[in-house]
Ligand binder design. Structure first.
Ligand code: OFO
Length: 171
């Protein structure tokens, strides 16, 4: 039996996942406007992934006899100084989301809610992979550096990471 406290916490996480989706959609749009089409494609893809994470929790709550609530979502930032800032923010955001997922796991364990703990393990692994991907992007951006002509090389590298992330998620 899932507790009201657990359902409320999962509903809060739906909001976090949908906010993540909108954040990446906003970043994708900024990249599009700047002509960074590979980075935009990567982030549009992440928008869809985050939406699917929100829906995964949504359906779980209802399957468990709870009531999934469609959240109000605050507007994400839409202006960025550079592509470096975009990816620095994605990484920081993923670290924050990992903390939220770990809090949910902690609550499930405290409540001896083994089903929800088991359900959340998928998210634990997903966060580990996402942090690793964004960390890899940050390392590459650091190596390439900051000049405007470097944007071309950044775009090439993002396309490679994007293709790899897509292959991994469809395996
Ligand atoms: Fe929902 O996967 Fe990261 O945030």
């Amino acid at each position: 039996m899932i507790s009201k406290k657990m359902i409320d916490a999962l509903n809060k996480q739906i909001e976090e996942e949908f906010y993540s989706a909108n954040l990446y959609l906003s970043m994708a749009s900024w990249c599009d406007k700047e002509g960074l089409s590979n980075s935009a494609a990567f982030l549009y893809n992440h928008f869809e992934e985050e939406s699917s994470h929100g829906m995964k929790i949504f359906h779980y709550i209802n399957e468990m006899g709870g009531h999934a609530i469609v959240p109000g979502i605050k507007q994400p930032p839409f202006e960025y100084k550079s592509i470096h800032q975009v990816f620095e923010d994605t990484y920081q955001h993923e670290v924050y989301i990992t903390e939220q997922i770990h809090k949910l796991v902690k609550l499930a364990i405290e409540e001896s809610d083994y089903a929800t703990n088991n359900f959340l393990q998928w998210f634990v692994e997903e966060q580990r992979e996402e942090e690793a991907t964004f960390q890899e992007i940050l390392s590459i951006l650091k190596l390439i550096g900051n000049g405007p002509t470097n944007l071309y090389f950044i775009e090439q590298e993002i396309a490679k990471i994007s293709a790899k992330a897509h292959t991994d998620s469809s395996e």
